[in-house]
Design a protein around this ligand. Sequence first.
Ligand SMILES: [Zn+2]
Length: 513
Amino acid sequence: MIDKWEIVIGCEIHTQLLTKTKAFCACENRYGGIPDTRVCPVCLGLPGAMPRISKGYVELGAVAGQALNCDIARFTKFDRKHYFYPDLAKGYQITQYDIPLCSNGYVDLPFRNFPKDEQPGGQKCRDTNFIGENCIIESNGSKYRRVRVERIHLEEDVGKSLHLQGAHSYIDYNRCGTPLIEIVTKPDMTSPEEAALFMQTVQEILRYVKVTNGNLEEGNMRCDANINLNVWEDGKLYHTPISEIKNLNSFKAIREACAYEAQRQLKEFQEDRQEFNPGFKVTMGWNEAEGKTVVQRTKNSFVDYRFVVEPDIKPFSVSEELINSAKEKVGELPEAKRQRYKKQYGMTDFDVETITSTKDLAMFFEEAAVKSKNPKKAVNLILAELLAILNEEKLTINDVKITPAHIADLADALEDGRITSKQGKEVFAQMYETNQMPSQIIKEKGMEVVNDSGEIDKIVQDVIASNPKAVEDFKSGKTNVVGWLMGQVMKISHGKANPKQATEILNKYLSQM
Ligand SMILES: [Zn+2]
């Protein structure tokens, strides 16, 4: 009788890096194109071709490592991993074996993004990982679940097999030699939802630090999930054999494939009582259309990849300079920004989430906030006016001409009461169209509210003098005429009198009557 069971998941995420050229040759690093048009003797592995590490490759790897809180190796090397696959022309892949560039990192997943029952206090929340360490982290009043990153190593991508209808398969070598990092976690994740959230968080962080496009549809970020179960039966703990589900390229695929595989393993355990065996791993694929995992490579035991040090690339030192520069490039990560914005600007979770959705938008906001007298006014303009237009026209913040200075200028006009919020909308629309500064628009349109108390005083006196009947009514206790008198003041000032000042002055005169 099974008492309980739990899911154990570890992820391997492959993501392509944004270098100009491929990892070890001068071919352009770009997605797609006519097959086999971006290849050379190096990435095709022709005899005698010599690989060279591309500019920026190691540094981007280090940026990823810093962003995921890893230690960066001061000395490292590349190795050859041998296996035969049609999409790997050389017969080996250049990768890093025993000295990865980055190790011992972690990623903290905000609990607020988990389903309710997996959050602290929920039925399915686990507060320890599989070595019994507490994995709930608390910072700034928010709780996180920590997933440990074992290593991040550099390697090259392989070509792409295309299995078209009919008897033929084709190979496109354009992808061959594209620089990759592989992020390997500890088996810390306890649910399909958590594995998907991990991938989502890593994608967000690595896009923020501009290491990768992280585009799942184009396959430049993909996840292999290693999954098995802990099963307690009659008080005894069993571990099921590990399956590796390859190439999951959407959050939905991770969620569904892991959920399906967990159920399949439980059933298999109950039927034939297969147990975990080190070095014994099933490789699986995910058939999205049928919604099930499919065995790709059978239960072969240990594969010998015959790792050797890559003889054509010398082992190398990683300079302090490179490590520091990587650290600088990481800067403030999205979650830290969110916590800071909430504290500094009193923003809601929802607004913070929106304004930090991309780094460029967050930087735009920060510049506007610094330039304006009241950052909250700047936030509101960006959220209510600017993002509405961007969403409608399907643009990003980089596509618009207006600058943070425009937003700050308009925010200040509103803050000072120079224009009303209704006029603010009008100014915004014109500013967006013409790229003129708000102050200039307000001046040209003669919108400026009259704040000169001398001028308002004069108008109020005129209104009182020319409406003796209303003043008599007020004296006899009909206080509702005050509103009507205010209307006259606004009418004579063409709506430009500062309403707050006008009310004060009118009340002052009436109280003296
Ligand atoms: Zn090449």
